[in-house]
Each structure stands twice: as structure tokens, then as C-alpha cells.
Design a protein around this ligand. Structure first.
Ligand code: ADP
Ligand code: MG
Length: 522
């Protein structure tokens, strides 16, 4: 007689047996040494065995890539009881890689001894291989973007050299002009050389491997590359935490992640803005509310912030999907963030997004810090550049393209962040957006759309403490005293003598290269 078979179905035992056998996930019961006690057909298929019997004669831990990984898994089971959503790259019986996501449950006796392991594994191989292809595709895209930027920058460098050598050829060059020209040419050449150096560094990092990575140094390297290739209307504010631990990571992949985030930030600020990059340490417990899997004691965070377009909630919900893009065909592929997500996830890290339409976007990348992690040597100054201080942003308002570029070139070479505007209206808009970041405005007097004097008065309305230097080809003494009375700090004669300009700037907001100099903060 049977008693528990309601509804004419199978016995509960029989039903559970069927669940086990029909399950899509590989289910396995092993002894603590890994020898298989019991498994289901999915286990046989996923791990490439011939039959249940074949699988039950095998050792589960031997399907892991190394003995060390087996030991690590057992350690986690002892420590936590259940190891959940665990990603593993395993080997099939025949040696083929198989990527799984699994849960491993430890069964303990009363004395606390581990008696059995229960494993449940979902085959994630297809998605994983696709993701690897994406990373590859994205690398190519990143290269194309960079190549475009670099070609543009090299052209600018050549234009500067050409412009100044032509000037040198002219018979009437006075000695001062000759010296200035030679200095600018030298700087242009140095900039070109530093660009080449950057390219070589990133080209060498092709193999994927885990090493201790100094994120601060990586951010610096990226900053150098971006300053040289991004439009000059984008200023940088880089803040690095000192005594920062090394993280175990694939350096070139993390480089790719940060680059993708920066390229997106650039695209979100077509009219210029400030990109800030920050490194900081965050305790794991501060993340568990948002990311339940945050089980490391500490996370190294790289935060990339822009004050560009921002995103609507609708867009935000899809950004990590491969091929999701809001950009025109030639501009976006929609791969960037899906790669960011994949790489960070592989490093057992997390990506957080905060964004508000018209206000800007912040991406935070969190990577776990190993308990045994060593401290990175303290901040390395940028390659080919000297240390720069945050908050020293200068806005240059100039309608002559060549002069504006030159000013940007020289001032950023001096370590300042530079924002630019081409006419009076643009200047007022730019100032409204970045008034808190801008420490000094250098403004031409004769400007299209809105003259320099009006621009200054409007800025003063927005921020009474605004500091400005007005440049002009010819200034009538009465006009000069009038603008000085209005609150302009100084005037300068055009064409600029850049040495004089830089000296004036240093005296107003300090020299970013000298440490015993205390610039005023705004
Ligand atoms: P793509 O840049 O090729 O469009 P991504 O995967 O890098 O692809 O980004 C997907 C989308 O996410 C972008 O098209 C854009 O709409 C949005 N997005 C990403 N980063 C930002 C940002 N910093 N500000 C505003 N929108 C962003
Ligand atoms: Mg992108």
C-alpha cells in the first residue's frame, strides 16, 4: 500500500530523484577529498564524462585547473559553509575549458568535521567565450579611437613647430621672440615624444595576466595619455589616495576599463568640462548594502566623474548591455561598458553608476584588496610632466584658433587644467557651468558675440571673487584703467609673451610646479 502519492504523482522521493536527473545544472555530491559519491546526467554532460559510472569514478577536485584552486575552494567552504555564485574556470575530463557559476555547500558533522560537499554548477561557457570576444573587439575599437586622437594631436604639434619655425625664419625676429619660439618648439617636440612613449607602453601590455597592480600609477599613465589626446576643452582633476595598496589584477584589462569610462565621459562633454579621476580605499562593509557579494575587507576604488550630459533612468537601465548605445553609428558601438562590467566582474569587483541628467555621471569601480596586499610606492608624478595641483583650472577665452591652442599647450605644459571658449557667449556659459573649478580667466578683449569687458562683468555677477586677466592688442590707457577699476586683476599685451603671461599667472594663482608656493584656493 502507498500512502503519500497524492494526485496520482510519483512518490516524493521519486519526484526529487527526477528533479535531480532532469536538472539543467550539474549536481554532484562528493567526499571531502573530492571523490564523487553521486552525480546527475547534467554533471556527466557538462564535464564531458561518458556515463554516470565514469563520472562517479572520478575526483571532482581534479576538474579544477590547479591543486591550489581546489585547496582554496575547500578553505572557503570551511570558512563560510556555503560558497555562492562562485565563478570557476574548470577543465572537462578531456581537458577542454568549461566556465561554470556554482554553489558549493559543505555538510558538517556534530564535531564540525566536513563530511560531504554538495555542488550545483551552471554552465556559463558560451557567455564567457562571447565576453572574451567582446574584450578583443573592444580593444580594437579603443585603438581606433586613440589613433584618431593621436593623429589630431600630432597635427597640432606639427602646426606649432611649423608656425614658430616660420617666425624664426623672418629676419626681424627680436632675440626675445627667438628664445620664446625655440622654447615652444622644444616643448612641442617633448610632447610628441611623450605621446610616442605612452603608445609604446600600452602596446606592450597585450597578454592577459594577474599581477600586483599599482592603480595610482595606472591612473597617472592614463591621465598623460588623455591629456595628450582628448580635446583641450576637457580639464582634468586627478586625486590619488596615498598609501594605496596594490591590487591583484590584469593590468591591461583594468587600463582598458578606465579608458572606456574616460572615453564615455569625454563623449558626454562635447562642449568641454572637467573630468575628475580619484582613487580611494573603501571598507567592504560599506558596500554590502548595494552589492551583497562584497565579501572582501577592503576595496580599492577608482572613481571617474564628468559634469556632462548625464543619463535618464531608462538609459541607465541598459548601459551594461552589449551593443546598447545612444550614439550615432560611427561614434558608438555599445561595447565599452559591457566590457567594463565583464572585466570588473572577473576581478570579483563591482561597478557603481550615479548619474543625473544635465548634471553629470560618476562611475565607481571597486576591486577587492587581498588581505596580504602590499602598499604601492607613493604617487609617481606624471611621465614627462610635473605634478599638478587640483583646483588650478584656467579658462582661456580667445577666438584665434592657433593662439588658443598655443595658450592651452603652454598652460597645460605648466601643469594647469585648461578650459577654453571661442567667443564671449561661450565663455559666459562655460563659466556658469564651472565657476567653482575655475581659478583664473584669461580673456581677450575683442571677442565675437560678446566683448571681453561684458564677459567679465557677467562673470563677476555670477561670482564676485572671479579673477581675470584681460588680453588685448592695443589698450587705450583710459580703457585699461576702466577695466582694472571694474575688478580685472591685470592686463596683458597681445601677441602674448608667454613667459610674461605665465609669470603673471603664477603670481595670481601660484605655480603648480613649486612646492613652497601656496596658491590661493577657490
Ligand atoms: P558607447 O560608448 O559605444 O555608446 P558604452 O557601452 O560605452 O557604449 O556606453 C553605453 C551608453 O551608456 C552610451 O551610449 C551612453 O548613452 C551611456 N553612457 C555611458 N557613459 C556615460 C557618461 N559618462 N555620461 C552619459 N552617458 C553615458
Ligand atoms: Mg563607450
Amino acid at each position: 500500500m502507498t500512502s503519500g502519492s497524492e494526485g496520482g504523482g510519483a512518490l516524493p522521493d521519486e519526484r526529487y530523484r527526477r528533479f535531480f536527473e532532469e536538472d539543467l545544472t550539474a549536481n554532484v555530491v562528493t567526499r571531502p577529498d573530492g571523490s564523487v559519491v553521486h552525480c546527475n546526467p547534467a554533471f556527466v554532460t557538462i564535464f564531458g564524462f561518458k556515463s554516470i559510472g565514469d563520472a562517479e569514478a572520478a575526483n571532482f577536485l581534479s576538474l579544477l585547473r590547479t591543486v591550489k584552486e581546489g585547496a582554496e575552494l575547500l578553505r572557503l567552504v570551511h570558512e563560510r559553509g556555503i560558497v555562492d555564485h562562485h565563478e570557476l574556470e574548470m577543465r572537462q575530463r578531456g581537458g577542454e575549458p568549461v566556465f561554470v557559476v556554482g554553489r558549493i555547500v559543505g555538510v558538517f558533522d556534530e564535531a564540525g568535521e566536513l563530511t560531504e560537499l554538495h555542488g550545483y554548477f551552471f554552465n556559463d561557457t558560451k557567455r564567457k567565450l562571447l565576453e572574451q570576444q567582446l574584450i578583443q573587439a573592444q580593444k580594437m575599437e579603443g585603438l581606433a579611437t586613440l589613433a584618431g586622437g593621436i593623429a589630431h594631436d600630432f597635427n597640432n604639434i606639427l602646426a606649432i613647430i611649423l608656425g614658430y619655425t616660420t617666425q624664426l625664419e623672418a629676419r626681424n625676429s627680436n632675440p626675445d621672440q627667438v628664445t620664446t619660439s625655440i622654447r615652444v618648439i622644444k616643448e612641442a617636440v617633448e610632447r610628441g615624444a611623450s605621446l610616442v612613449r605612452q603608445l609604446l607602453t600600452s602596446a606592450r601590455q597585450t597578454e592577459a595576466r594577474l599581477t600586483p597592480v599599482n592603480l595610482n600609477a595606472l591612473v597617472r599613465e592614463l591621465e598623460n595619455m588623455l591629456r595628450a589626446t582628448f580635446p583641450k576643452m576637457i580639464g582634468f582633476d586627478v586625486r590619488l589616495q596615498s598609501k594605496f595598496p596594490l591590487v591583484t589584477a590584469d593590468r591591461s584589462q583594468i587600463h582598458q576599463v578606465l579608458l572606456n569610462l574616460c572615453v564615455n565621459a569625454r563623449d558626454a562633454m562635447p562642449n568641454g568640462g572637467v573630468m575628475s579621476i580619484e582613487t580611494l580605499l573603501v571598507p567592504g562593509r560599506e558596500l554590502t548594502d548595494t552589492f551583497s557579494g562584497a565579501d572582501a575587507a577592503q576595496y580599492a576604488c577608482v572613481r571617474i566623474q564628468d559634469n556632462g550630459s548625464g543619463m535618464t533612468d531608462d538609459v541607465k537601465a541598459h548601459i551594461f548591455e552589449p551593443f546598447f548605445t545612444t550614439k550615432e553609428r560611427a561614434k558608438g558601438t555599445g561595447l565599452g561598458l559591457s566590457v567594463v562590467y565583464g572585466v570588473v566582474n572577473n576581478h570579483r569587483g563591482f561597478v557603481q553608476v550615479d548619474s543625473e541628467v544635465d548634471m553629470g555621471t560618476t562611475f565607481s569601480v571597486y576591486l577587492p584588496v587581498a588581505e596580504t596586499a602590499q602598499e604601492a610606492p607613493d604617487d609617481v608624478p606624471p611621465v614627462g610632466e610635473r605634478p599638478s595641483r587640483a583646483a588650478q583650472t584656467i579658462m582661456v577665452v580667445e577666438d584665434e584658433d592657433m593662439l588658443r591652442d598655443l595658450a592651452v599647450h603652454i598652460l597645460s605644459g605648466e601643469g594647469y587644467n585648461v578650459l577654453t571658449a571661442r567667443d564671449g557667449m561661450e565663455a559666459v556659459e562655460m563659466f556658469a557651468k564651472h565657476r567653482d573649478d575655475i581659478g583664473l580667466v584669461i580673456c581677450d578683449l575683442g571677442l565675437p558675440r560678446l566683448g571681453g569687458r561684458e564677459v567679465f562683468l557677467k562673470m563677476k555677477e555670477m561670482k564676485p571673487s572671479v579673477r581675470a586677466i584681460v588680453a588685448s592688442g592695443y589698450l587705450e590707457p583710459s580703457m585699461r584703467s576702466e577695466i582694472l577699476k571694474a575688478g580685472v586683476i591685470d592686463t596683458i599685451q597681445k601677441p602674448y609673451d608667454f613667459r610674461e603671461l605665465v609669470e603673471k599667472i603664477h603670481s595670481v594663482i601660484g605655480n603648480p610646479h613649486s612646492d613652497d608656493n601656496h596658491p590661493q584656493l577657490f
